[in-house]
Design a protein around this ligand. Sequence first.
Ligand SMILES: [Zn+2]
Ligand SMILES: [Zn+2]
Length: 108
Amino acid sequence: MLMTCTNKGCLQSNEAKLNRRTNEVICAECGQEIGGITDTFKKILDSQGQIIRAESKSMSVQCNSCKKKCDIDIKENKPHCSLCSEELQLSDTFFNMVKTMVEKESNE
Ligand SMILES: [Zn+2]
Ligand SMILES: [Zn+2]
């Protein structure tokens, strides 16, 4: 179901998703909450499965190269910033956790 984002600088029609933990509707384009969504509409999103899958947003990290919060892209078994594509410096423990989660998601 397409929604139009109300955030300045975005205003894109996109498949926004419901964050069940916070009950916010999040724009798929800019990642910000879209305000003014009624509970009825949130229930529709929920029933259609248009929801943010468990915890995937919490894996974003701060990139040392572009200084922005980014998602982690795995290329050649190394973590890369999803925004500037520079390699990220993550601890092995953390990176292994990320890999496990990514594998789980792609198996869904
Ligand atoms: Zn947006
Ligand atoms: Zn970056």
